[in-house]
Design a protein around this ligand. Structure first.
Ligand SMILES: [Zn+2]
Length: 179
């Protein structure tokens, strides 16, 4: 987000030169530069044997299931965001976050950091912000996530990671969506 006014004192920002960044909005009173940075968010694929944890949150996609996701809180390392969001949304305890790459969502200025984690313990306890959550077969996940392009590409990486060879996994049985 490009700042025009200082969020602390409300004063109009000036432009200050920063070596690599060029002109950056700057508050001379608070001596702070407001860099145009994206909001970091995590997308997490929780894997237990040949199952993956999928959620239904209609405000994200009406007809598709999604992976666990959430914003990185200030003061927290990203690996802890991963563990926290899974626990908060599903009640499950997970371990060994493995980074799978990032995606930039320009419409919302979000940088999505994607991870795969292993199930450790606990039963599903659905949070109020989630409509539905349950284990799905890894090979059915791509189909159930029809509209979620980023989620599907994360699942493809998960399939590769677990050494899934079955080509059927990359196609919908009823052909209702293109993968
Ligand atoms: Zn200020």
């Amino acid at each position: 987000m490009k700042f025009k006014y200082c969020p602390i004192c409300g004063g109009k920002l000036e432009e200050k030169f920063s070596y690599d960044e060029g002109g950056v909005p700057y508050c001379p009173k608070d001596d702070i530069m407001y860099f145009d940075t994206p909001t970091p968010c995590v997308i997490v694929a929780v894997v237990k044997d040949d199952k993956i944890l999928l959620l239904k949150q209609s405000y994200i996609f009406k007809h598709s299931k999604v992976l666990v996701s959430g914003y990185v809180t200030n003061g927290e390392i990203v690996e802890d965001t991963v563990l926290r969001e899974v626990k908060e949304e599903t009640g499950i305890v997970v371990k060994e976050p493995k980074y799978l790459g990032s995606y930039y969502l320009s419409s919302r200025e979000i940088i999505m950091l994607t991870f795969m984690v292993k199930y450790e313990s606990g039963d599903i306890i659905k949070s109020d912000e989630v409509e539905w959550v349950d284990w799905s077969n890894l090979e059915d996940a791509l189909c159930e996530m029809c509209e979620d392009e980023i989620g599907k590409s994360v699942v493809r990486k998960v399939l590769k990671n677990v050494g899934h060879k079955d080509k059927k996994a990359y196609r919908c049985d009823d052909g209702s969506c293109e993968l």
